[in-house]
Write a protein that binds this ligand. Structure first.
Ligand code: AGP
Length: 608
């Protein structure tokens, strides 16, 4: 996730900004940069890679200044490189900005500005903000910023400086966190409190549509809708290690709770409501190949493979394209048949998994068009595929994948809609899917409110040695994912199974010591699922049911039940997995396990 740190005061600016950026490293980034005032101009220095590389370059400058902005970039639009790094300046180098968030209408704005003769330097959406402010600036930075923000659609947290007004920093927030630090003769503006706390614990949390004008020892806040607003100053009492987790005990829990935002980001800027479909920028240049697809192979490892399994149900049900799912490590050696019209999609959060990368290369070797569904922009897999879809989940620090999984599933739903609407899905069906997508973030928020309830359920089961997870159709892969979450962070042996498979062997395992988690969404085969539950009940299995709100009937079979909102079948995995993530998390914590870094595991398996 990108990081912003800005300062105006009396301290030497270079060391102040660099130490602030170091505090933001935990958020994950691929490039960094600063803009500072120096002798009536703005100096901008930026570099791909780590902050240490940037510091090495800055060492060559002698700058005496006490005001500037800085940024660590997590690439969303445009490769991670020097040109795309922030800050971005306008054409006249009069304005410099740093930006967190996604500007959804940046292409439209960019074309309009280019028609007016403005020449862009980068591929980013963020540069549009700098160029717009530069265009609107006529001696009053505050006015130019306000006028520019009106044109922006999407999310932003920005810090802006102007060559002609070296005594201020302007900040604005809409959908991406921005916090002001209020010190003694110094002020700060950052994307979270971690770089502010070493200087002052007095902060103001800006809200959406707030604009702040920060000077060395004063600040003014107004709202885009109204006149000036009064904001209370809060005292931070967290320590720095908590701050990096933003108050959560573990990165995994923080990332579980980020899912309303990351699920929203997965579809942000891609929805075409008028046509009941989506636009996937990464596939736009391959439309003729896309339309010639006759079969799809989904290849991945671990959690990404579970997402691929869900993708199979989606694509066959809605786009009517035959799909095959493969473990990457198996695909490489099984002499898979790849005929004309076969498209291979590799799915990978890190974009560096060795097995998946090897499978990608094998598929290309055999003449397949290979697409990526990846989280990390510019990762090896992203660079080696012919085209693809970024899931925009932000850096996932916890080894156990959570937010990346739900964003992979949402991205596969977008792909299904994209392909389906170019084939057999009606506009009405497309609108139904878009409507369900739009409701997801709020529905996830409602499930996250059950965190304490789920922790109490975990209390009852954390000392068990085994567990079974059962699901059917779209939720069979969710059963696999729930079992993987539990085993990889709590070390309890857990297996996922298609519910109907119980009678073919696993039911021999059922007794009062075997907790059985059943995902019982109301769907086409609900009645058969009830029979599977009864089979477990009859053998004294302890049953934890994930059911749809309003389904009171099923509670009579449950020892514990967690209700989730109803959604359409292809999106039900996104909601059903949330309680399983929290259940695994709380069981692991109660067992004293290292939740963020489980034994024997790595976040990215770059070895075969
Ligand atoms: C999931 O919780 C695990 N960390 C692991 O299975 C992971 O999903 C797998 O290694 C694939 O990683 P990737 O998505 O980065 O390729």
């Amino acid at each position: 996730m990108c990081g912003i740190f800005s300062y105006i005061g009396e301290k030497e600016i270079i060391s102040t900004l660099l130490s602030g950026l170091k505090r933001l490293e935990y958020r994950g980034y691929d490039s960094a940069g600063i803009s500072v005032f120096d002798n009536n101009k703005i100096i901008t220095i930026k570099e791909k890679g780590k902050i240490s590389s940037l510091a090495g370059i800055i060492g060559g400058y002698s700058i005496s200044s006490t005001c500037g902005i800085s940024h660590t970039r997590w690439a969303t639009h445009g490769e991670p490189n020097k040109i795309n790094a922030h800050p971005h300046t306008d054409q006249k180098e009069n304005i410099s900005i740093v930006h967190n968030g996604i500007i959804e209408n940046y292409l439209v704005l960019r074309r309009e500005l280019e028609k007016e003769g403005i020449v862009f330097k980068s591929e980013t959406d963020s540069e549009v903000i700098a160029q717009l402010i530069g265009k609107h600036y006529s001696g009053n930075l505050e006015k130019a910023v306000k006028k520019s923000l009106i044109d922006l659609e999407g999310t932003y947290g920005i810090a802006v400086i102007c060559k002609n007004e070296p005594d201020k920093i302007i900040g604005a927030r809409k959908g991406s966190p921005l916090i002001a630090g209020i010190g003694q003769n110094e002020s700060f503006l950052a994307s979270d409190v971690s770089p502010i706390v070493p200087h002052t614990r007095e902060v103001i949390y800006l809200e959406d549509n707030d604009v702040i004008v920060l000077e060395k020892n004063s600040h003014r806040i107004f709202n885009m809708a109204a006149a000036s607003v009064k904001k209370e100053i809060t005292s931070i009492d967290w320590d720095i290690s908590q701050i990096e987790k933003q108050g959560y005990e573990h990165f995994m829990l923080k990332e579980i709770f980020e899912q309303p935002e990351t699920i929203q980001n997965a579809s942000a800027g891609r929805i075409l409501p008028e046509d009941g479909t989506v636009k996937l920028g990464g596939l736009q240049s391959s439309l003729s190949d896309i339309d010639s697809i006759r079969r799809i192979m989904l290849i991945a490892c671990g959690t990404a493979w579970h997402a691929a399994m869900i993708g199979e149900y989606m694509l066959e049900n809605y786009a009517e394209i035959p799909v095959e799912v493969d473990y990457a490590s198996e695909f490489r050696y099984r002499n898979a048949v790849i005929e004309e019209g076969t498209a291979v999609f590799v799915i990978s959060q890190s974009g560096e998994t060795a097995d998946t990368l090897a499978a990608l290369r094998e598929a290309k070797e055999r003449g397949a068009r290979v697409y990526g569904i990846v989280n990390i922009v510019g990762s090896t897999i992203a660079r080696e595929t012919d085209a693809g879809i970024y899931i925009h989940a932000g850096p996932e620090i916890g080894v156990a994948s959570t937010k990346a999984f739900t964003s992979q599933v949402v991205s596969l739903a977008l792909l299904t809609l994209f392909l389906g609407r170019r084939r057999s899905i009606s506009r009405e069906k497309g609108l139904e899917i878009l409507d369900a997508l739009k409701k997801l973030p709020e529905q996830v928020r409602s499930i996250l409110k059950k965190n304490n309830e789920i922790s109490l359920i975990a209390e009852k089961y954390f000392q068990h040695k085994n567990a079974l997870y059962l699901g059917r159709s779209y939720n069979f892969p969710v059963a696999l994912e729930g079992a993987l979450k539990l085993k990889e962070i709590s070390y309890i042996h857990a297996e996922g199974y298609p519910a109907a498979e119980m009678k073919h062997g696993p039911i021999a395992l059922i007794d009062e010591d075997m907790p059985v988690v059943v995902i019982a969404s109301r769907c086409g085969i609900y009645d058969k699922l009830i029979s599977n539950i009864q089979e477990v009940k009859a053998r004294k299995g302890k049953i934890i049911i994930i059911a749809n709100e309003g389904d009171d009937e099923i509670s009579r079979f449950a020892d514990d039940i967690i209700y989730v909102p109803q959604t359409i079948d292809l999106l039900s995995p996104v909601l059903n997995v949330i309680p399983l993530q929290l259940l695994a998390y709380h069981i692991a914590v109660k067992r004293g396990c290292n939740v963020d870094m489980p034994r024997n595991l790595a976040k990215s398996v770059t070895v075969e």
